[in-house]
Ligand binder design. Structure first.
Ligand SMILES: [Zn+2]
Length: 148
């Protein structure tokens, strides 16, 4: 491996669901965290979703059989633990990366949250005052290192 690749691969993150049935490992840099306030995340995460992301080839899911995949919108699937229901992954077909639930990462993650997306769908019972940039829809979109 080149020095550049070795430095990239040295960034290792691990994480998993609430019950421990599903664990994963990411060997490579992860994207800063994006808070998604869309209705799907609201219902899947008790409120909003916080996602980092990993290049597809860097993500190794241990016990992948323990993950249930659900098509939440056309071409997009969400993965959660079949036992505890812990939300873990957001995966759009064709993307080079997979979004990973930031809350499922082992601490310390070393990551920072950088923006809020889908503000138009935000629930009415909370306000956001952290000064980070906000987008009405999914700006930052499907690119790396944009939104989820
Ligand atoms: Zn679990």
């Amino acid at each position: 491996m080149s020095e550049e690749v070795e430095a990239y691969k040295a960034q290792v993150h691990t994480g998993g669901c609430a019950c421990g049935a599903v664990r994963y490992r990411v060997e490579g840099n992860m994207r800063p965290v994006v808070a998604c306030h869309c209705s799907q995340c609201r219902k899947a995460f008790t409120n909003y979703g916080a996602f980092s992301a990993a290049q597809r080839g860097d993500l190794n899911i241990e016990n992948a059989a323990g993950v249930t995949w659900f098509e939440s919108s056309p071409g997009v699937r969400r993965g959660f633990c079949s036992r505890c229901g812990g939300a873990l992954f957001w995966d759009r077909a064709g993307n080079g990366f997979v979004s990973v639930s930031a809350g499922s990462l082992d601490q310390p993650s070393g990551l920072r949250q950088v923006r809020h997306i889908f503000m138009d769908d935000k629930a009415d019972f909370y306000e956001i005052g952290d000064g980070l940039e906000k987008f009405p829809q999914g700006q930052g979109g499907d690119q790396w290192p944009g939104g989820n």
